[in-house]
Design a protein around this ligand. Structure first.
Ligand SMILES: *Cc1c(COP(=O)(O)O)cnc(C)c1O
Length: 435
């Protein structure tokens, strides 16, 4: 099946990835099978040698999972994708595919707490070194960032990493700016597009080379399935610029095959699957792929509603006496208003960060007083909910790391759902006034 988009995004959300033949099930079937039957030993040998495409074992690929992979590849505009058991698995695989012991990478510091843990405490145990840069919120700060990055890059630097919309600070990434910097150093830009989804922003259109997702969030959208996705733009010129011997040089684990020679612009995503998914066993399960695909069918309508509701809620919070500050890229007063105008034309998504007047204690009291909006360790599904990053998702970080990640002690992360917005606002108002 081709990964080229034939229709508009809303249509591809519903239809892409699966097209039944005559008399076959209209809805994507769940292939709950670990194994696939073949006619001859030669057929299977060709699969193992990567000479033929096909499924051999569901640790490496599966038809239901493949349909989801094709859908996200089409939505993001990439040459291929892999669905993984979690967002963390997707990020880990993306890193390991091009970066190994003795090598390093540059990351903006305003990332999801789990990603910061992976980068700053786990990857160094494998001798992979992250080099963090505090993402600037003004043109002047970004000019300093560019100099900082130039001073951090060396011959062992393998990529630059950032989030389209930071979790939980909701900073908007200037993707084009960072992609230009990455490419000027011969490096790929890897973007975590979880909060934007391809419905609000397609990072490849602005120069990103690899996109990762926690599909656990808006893509599933209903909080049923933990999952992740990696999408490859297929930038062969970049992979063959002399810095990525891991993709160009012969691989002894596949009879001295070169990924760029054998798979052309799909070199990155093929190596990620046939080496790292094979060895670490982190493919998404068929059931989770099916649920995630079902969620994605309604992505466009949900993202419109999330964005619409969140903008109204952000405006309400902005004018509330009990609220100290509000961060939402869709607000006129947002530091990121102009970036949101460029990268998030259809809306800024459903996530808002804000501070309750009275600091940490008032924030906790507010959270406990909510009725409709629940306290859960999750974000970006149909139900409205809140979380306190400093004591929850970013708890493992030091205070300095929290500040670098843009986390304030009083900060509340509000994930605005698709309920009636008046009900959401009334619940917030009542809980805020109780303080
Ligand atoms: C949740 C999240 C992750 C991690 O994904 P899991 O599916 O929980 O493993 C990574 N990045 C961002 C931006 C997230 O919100």
């Amino acid at each position: 099946m081709s990964n080229k988009s034939k229709y508009r995004l809303e249509t591809e959300c519903v239809q892409a990835g699966y097209s039944p033949g005559n008399g076959e099930a209209r809805v994507l079937p769940i292939y709950q099978s670990t194994t696939y039957k073949y006619d001859s030993a030669d057929d299977v040998a060709d699969l193992f040698d990567l000479k033929a495409a096909g499924h051999m074992y569901s640790r490496i690929s599966n038809p239901t999972v493949e349909a989801l992979e094709q859908k996200i590849a089409i939505l993001e505009g990439g040459v291929g994708a892999i669905a993984t058991s979690s967002g963390q698995a997707a990020i880990t695989l993306a890193v390991l595919t091009i970066c190994g012991a003795g090598e390093n990478f540059i990351a903006m510091s305003n990332l999801y707490g789990g990603t910061i843990n992976l980068f700053s405490s786990t990857l160094p145990k494998f001798n992979i070194e992250p080099r963090f840069v505090n993402y600037g919120r003004s043109e002047a700060a970004r000019a300093t960032n560019a100099e900082e990055i130039a001073s951090l890059v060396d011959s062992n630097t393998k990529f630059i990493y950032a989030e389209t919309i930071g979790n939980p600070g909701v900073e908007v990434l200037d993707i084009e700016w960072l992609a230009d910097i990455a490419h000027s150093h011969g490096l790929p830009l890897i973007v975590d597009n979880t909060f934007a989804t391809p419905y609000l922003c397609k990072p490849f259109e602005y120069g990103a080379d690899v996109v990762v997702h926690s599909s656990t969030k808006y893509l599933d959208g209903h909080a049923t399935s933990v999952g992740g996705l990696i999408v490859d733009k297929g930038n062969l010129n970049l992979w063959t610029n002399g810095k990525f011997s891991c993709l160009t040089d012969p691989d002894p684990s596949y009879h001295e095959l070169s990924y760029t020679e054998a798979f052309g612009n799909a070199a990155f995503i093929t190596k990620a699957r046939v080496v790292y998914v094979r060895d670490f066993g982190v493919l998404m399960s068929p059931m989770n792929a099916w649920l995630t695909n079902l969620g994605m069918e309604t992505l466009s309508v949900r993202m419109d509603r999330h964005s619409e509701n969140a903008l109204e809620v952000a405006k309400f919070l902005e004018s509330h006496d009990c609220v100290e500050w509000v961060a939402y890229p869709g607000l006129d007063a947002s530091l990121d208003k102009s970036l949101a105008g460029k990268y998030l034309k259809k809306g800024a998504g459903g996530v808002i960060s804000f501070g309750v007047k009275g600091g940490l204690a008032a924030g906790k009291k507010f959270i406990d007083a909510l009725e409709l909006i629940s306290l859960v360790v999750h974000v970006a599904d149909v139900r409205s909910h809140v979380l306190h990053p400093a004591s929850m998702t970013h708890r493992q970080l030091s205070e300095a790391q929290q500040l670098a990640a843009g986390i304030k002690p009083e900060q509340v992360r509000l994930s605005v759902g698709i309920e009636n917005v008046q009900d959401i606002i009334e619940d917030l108002d009542r809980a805020l006034r109780r303080n």
